[in-house]
Design a protein around this ligand. Structure first.
Ligand SMILES: NC(=O)c1ccc[n+]([C@@H]2O[C@H](COP(=O)([O-])OP(=O)(O)OC[C@H]3O[C@@H](n4cnc5c(N)ncnc54)[C@H](O)[C@@H]3O)[C@@H](O)[C@H]2O)c1
Length: 269
């Protein structure tokens, strides 16, 4: 296979850098951690799901990557601050921070239980806020970095039964814009990636029937329907999102800040 020219390698490499990824125990976050590790970053993988984290670390070590892990609940400001401090203490630097932890929430406005609404806000919205704050605090002292928030196509369009989820992701977009303005003069870039439909465990879980099993026929029907509506005729893969994150994390994205990059196969334009 052809070797990439050194100029391209230098542009996309994360060699010598440290990247923190929340929600790295599954789905998109796991693939982001894997791809950033392939690009040479030392990974600090975090999640509330410790067995998922172990799997992620195993996958990274198999490819020769460097990874440490930590159990962190993104809804806790204290835990997020401790995470940033620990990442800095362990590797002496903090260059990339990806706020990926999130929970889906599929409820009509009239049927949403208060605790579901509060939890969705605490994880998706405040979790991203605490992440930007914790990363920004360290990166300010270290002359810069790149923060990437995982938003959603649902943050910019009305989807029935996704009101509370969409509301939190619209807030993530808004936070991204404001943080980019506040942090830009400190050399910190802040962007978001807004995925369309990507096949992950969180999406499969939406198709659980009363017995707890995943209704595969229904899942495939919905995926076929969504694929048909897409100009590219398919739903997303976790790698589609991870490569966008790599671009924003690396030198290749050095003039990009305050953007919500829509990686959705053209589902919305
Ligand atoms: N899959 C999609 O179609 C899709 C589309 C748009 C946006 N997104 C966003 O992408 C991100 C990842 O989603 P995914 O589909 O990979 O889901 P996933 O469930 O596979 O992964 C999410 C991870 O976040 C972790 N998490 C949940 N609550 C947490 C908390 N309080 N603290 C720390 N970790 C926590 C989970 O344990 C899990 O490992 C989410 O922010 C989601 O909203 C996903």
């Amino acid at each position: 296979m052809m070797q990439l020219p050194p100029e391209l390698v230098r542009t996309f490499t994360l060699e010598g850098k440290t990247a923190v990824i929340t929600g790295a125990g599954s789905g998109i976050g796991r693939e982001v951690a894997r791809v950033l590790a392939l690009a040479g970053a030392k990974i600090v993988a975090t999640d509330i799901n410790t067995s998922g984290l172990e799997e992620t670390c195993g996958a990274i070590r198999t490819t020769g990557g460097a990874v440490g892990s930590r159990k962190v609940d993104v809804a806790s400001k204290t835990e997020m601050e401790a995470l940033a401090d620990a990442a800095l203490a362990e590797s002496g630097r903090l260059d990339v921070w990806v706020n990926c932890a999130g929970i889906p929430s599929l409820h009509s406005i009239l049927e949403t239980k208060e605790e579901i609404a509060q939890q969705t806000i605490a994880v998706n919205m405040l979790g991203t806020y605490w992440g930007c704050m914790a990363a920004g605090r360290i990166m300010r002292e270290r002359n810069g970095g790149s923060i990437i928030n995982i938003s959603s196509a649902g943050g910019a369009k009305p989807v029935p039964n996704l009101a509370i989820y969409g509301m939190t992701k619209a807030a993530v977009n808004s936070l991204t814009w404001t943080a980019a303005k506040e942090f830009g003069p400190m050399g910190i870039r802040v962007n978001a990636v807004a995925p369309g439909w990507v096949e992950t465990p969180a999406i499969s879980a939406l198709f659980r029937d009363a017995s707890g099993a995943i209704d595969e026929a229904q899942r495939e029907k919905v995926i076929a329907m969504i694929s048909e509506q897409s100009p590219l005729g398919r739903v997303g893969k976790v790698s589609d999102i991870a490569f966008a994150v790599l671009y924003l994390a690396s030198e290749a994205g050095s003039f990009v800040t305050g953007q919500v990059v829509r990686v959705n196969g053209g589902e919305s334009m």
